[in-house]
Design a protein around this ligand. Structure first.
Ligand code: FES
Length: 105
């Protein structure tokens, strides 16, 4: 069962940029690329930089600290595809962005 959380308005995220939003005890980065929105954990698994401040290129976000690149669609770390950061399904309703977060157990 989806757990849709309203996280932001579409107008809050410029094209080819990301923004981070608090949801519970975590920060979720939301990116807009070519009119589509993507959501992943904002916390870089390397040393914790904010991925929302990274550079978007070729379907990936590059971390602003050491340029590790993560695929926007599924969070794959491009240097080692066995490692991923968490991504979340995004739904748009009107101008509202919802992310589907797993329920706390
Ligand atoms: S903190 Fe993200 S690559 Fe180092």
């Amino acid at each position: 069962m989806p757990n849709l959380i309203a996280i932001a308005k579409t107008t809050e995220i410029p094209e080819n940029e990301g923004r981070a939003f608090p949801v519970g005890d975590r920060m979720i980065a939301v990116f807009q690329v070519e009119g589509k929105f993507y959501a992943m954990d904002d916390f870089c698994p390397h040393q914790g930089a904010s991925l929302s401040a990274g550079w978007i290129h070729d379907g990936c976000v590059a971390c602003p600290w050491h340029a590790w690149r993560f695929q926007l669609t599924d969070g794959t770390w491009m240097d080692n595809p066995k490692i991923k950061t968490d991504t979340y399904p995004v739904t748009i309703q009107g101008d509202e962005i919802f992310v589907d977060l797993p329920q706390a157990e």
